[in-house]
Design a protein around this ligand. Structure first.
Ligand SMILES: *[C@@H]1O[C@H](CO)[C@@H](O)[C@H](O)[C@H]1NC(C)=O
Ligand SMILES: *[C@@H]1O[C@H](CO)[C@@H](O)[C@H](O)[C@H]1NC(C)=O
Ligand SMILES: *[C@@H]1O[C@H](CO)[C@@H](O)[C@H](O)[C@H]1NC(C)=O
Ligand SMILES: *[C@@H]1O[C@H](CO)[C@@H](O)[C@H](O)[C@H]1NC(C)=O
Ligand SMILES: *[C@@H]1O[C@H](CO)[C@@H](O)[C@H](O)[C@H]1NC(C)=O
Ligand SMILES: *[C@@H]1O[C@H](CO)[C@@H](O)[C@H](O)[C@H]1NC(C)=O
Length: 470
């Protein structure tokens, strides 16, 4: 009896121990299994990483003997292949103009410098608007002999540019007179003032920043034509981003069609919105040299010179201009060629005035360099509708040294680099003056047509207005 009960107890204890061991065993197995998966993961990642390193190294080897001419040819070709030539400008004009008006109203830029009032005269519907070139533009006639001043696809085609003005004006015709800021002759201006009609619109044209123009206050200009967004006419002063049509057509020749390249994206789980654009970005990354480019003609402004001097200690910069090492002797070709060989471009403005974003910036976007900007605040760029990812602002970095180490990172990481070109999926950049001028004049024509006849305004202190955000 005693022995039996002892045996039963023994059996129970033994089974307990066995089950404990079994449970422990399974726990260890699952633990090891998890650990295994984890180790495997790391192995895969390492393998992918090695694949990537191998891929870029191969590419570098393939390209290392290419001459600059060959590099430029490759980049030019792929740019040509996916640049759109056909746009529906009519839609673009309406969109940009509406967006601008909304923004201006949103911010309520009714500064004290502008005086607005409603006139009680009845609305007049006008068939033709005449725009007069009242002064020279930098000592030369501007559009006098040009047959295509306004964009051919401008939504309004009832504006005429003219250089000769009849001395008398019909009170029911609204005319616009354009005066360029440095070409006004005071004697002439006083004579013109005497013939100024109440319905005439006097427009001051000024594309330069931070100028002293207090002598122009006396003319009570009605509108301005300038880079400032709150100017009546401002779209496309130095450059413009045009939204792309969805149904674009690209030629697919010469695509870089390497399955390893595509594999890199699959491994990293990165979608490619458009293979032709991906190719354009890849070619830019591949064939350019790892340096920044700078063109400087005016060595007066010290801030940008100082920043450049510091930055070049930590990141290679190829600089051209009268006060730096390389000279370009005003040879346009050299500037264009160099623009196809650098990853970055120093878009350093001479002035820090709001909206003063000049061709230095737009040139970089156009040629496929990442602009490094110094000048107006970051917000000023965003306000112009420029995507945040399209540029690098020096204010985002505590020092030139920190910026330089970031530039090194971009130079050596395609996936970081390509983030700066995602805007190519949405926009095309223009900075050529021959494209921009008809855009600007179209805005002028649109405003003449869309402004209510009874709405009057003029700048009470145009000097203050011009200097306010400098
Ligand atoms: C542009 O689009 C508008 C409306 O969507 C259309 O009326 C016009 O004909 C188009 N213009 C061109 C040149 O295709
Ligand atoms: C003139 O036109 C504007 C807009 O088209 C309208 O709001 C305004 O009432 C009109 N004024 C007169 C006097 O017809
Ligand atoms: C301004 O115009 C007047 C009269 O047209 C002329 O005599 C004078 O030389 C001009 N002044 C300048 C600086 O060009
Ligand atoms: C890219 O390669 C794939 C498979 O090799 C092929 O089916 C496709 O037609 C190629 N595309 C181009 C544009 O060459
Ligand atoms: C504007 O010009 C004045 C001299 O005319 C200069 O002192 C000032 O620094 C300039 N402002 C900017 C923002 O460049
Ligand atoms: C232009 O400005 C003048 C003030 O010099 C003003 O009398 C006139 O009404 C304004 N015209 C328009 C169309 O705004």
């Amino acid at each position: 009896m005693l022995i039996r009960s002892f045996r039963i107890r023994f059996i129970i204890i033994r089974s307990c121990i066995i089950s404990l061991i079994i449970i422990l065993f399974f726990q260890i197995i699952t633990f090891l299994k998890n650990e295994n998966i984890h180790l495997q993961d790391i192995n895969i990642w390492n393998k992918e990483y090695r694949l990537e390193k191998y891929f870029w190294k191969n590419l570098l080897n393939e390209d290392k003997d290419l001459t600059d001419e060959q590099r430029i040819k490759k980049i030019e070709l792929i740019k040509k292949q996916n640049t759109i030539k056909e746009f529906n400008w009519t839609n673009i004009f309406f969109d940009s103009y509406t967006r601008k008006l909304n923004k201006v109203y949103e911010k309520n830029i009714e500064t004290t410098y502008k005086y607005r009032f409603k006139d009680r005269q009845p609305n007049v519907s006008q068939e033709i608007y005449e725009v007069f070139e009242e002064t020279l533009v930098f000592e030369r006639p501007k559009f006098c002999s040009s047959s295509r001043v306004f964009h051919p696809q401008c939504p309004y085609s009832n504006c005429q540019w003219s250089c000769e003005k009849p001395s008398m004006n019909d009170k029911n015709i609204r005319r616009a007179s354009v005066f360029h800021h440095v070409d006004m002759n005071e004697t002439e201006m006083h004579r013109k003032l005497q013939h100024r009609s109440y319905t005439d619109i006097w427009i001051l044209w000024i594309d330069e920043a931070n100028r002293s123009i207090s002598h122009l206050n006396q003319y009570n200009f009605n509108w301005t034509l300038s880079y400032r967004q709150d100017s009546e006419v401002s779209i496309g002063t130095y450059g413009v981003l045009i939204p792309q049509d969805k149904n674009k057509f690209f030629s697919n020749d010469n695509l870089y069609n390497n399955s390893n390249f595509l594999q890199l994206f699959i491994n990293r789980n990165i979608p490619i919105p458009d293979m032709t654009i991906e190719n354009r970005i890849l070619f830019n990354y591949r064939y350019r040299h790892k340096h920044a480019l700078w063109y400087v003609s005016n060595c007066g402004p010290k801030r940008r010179l100082k920043y450049y001097t510091e930055l070049k200690n930590y990141y290679p910069i190829k600089a051209f201009g009268s006060c730096v090492e390389n000279k370009c002797d005003k040879n346009k070709q050299c500037e264009g060629e160099q623009s196809y060989l650098a990853l970055f471009y120093l878009s350093f403005e001479s002035q820090t005035c709001k909206d003063y974003i000049t061709e230095k910036f737009w040139r970089a976007l156009y040629y496929g360099m990442i602009p490094i900007v110094l000048g107006p605040s970051k917000q000023s760029y965003l306000d112009l509708g420029i995507p945040q990812s399209a540029f690098i602002h020096v204010d985002d970095f505590p020092s030139a040294k920190v910026l330089a180490s970031y530039l090194h990172r971009i130079s050596n990481d395609y996936f970081l680099y390509r983030k700066y070109f995602q805007w190519l999926n949405q926009y095309e950049a223009f900075f050529d003056i021959n494209v921009l001028e008809p855009i600007r004049m179209c805005e002028l024509c649109m405003r003449l047509n869309m402004q209510e006849y009874q709405e009057h305004s003029y700048y009470r202190n145009i000097h203050e207005w011009h200097r306010i955000s400098c």
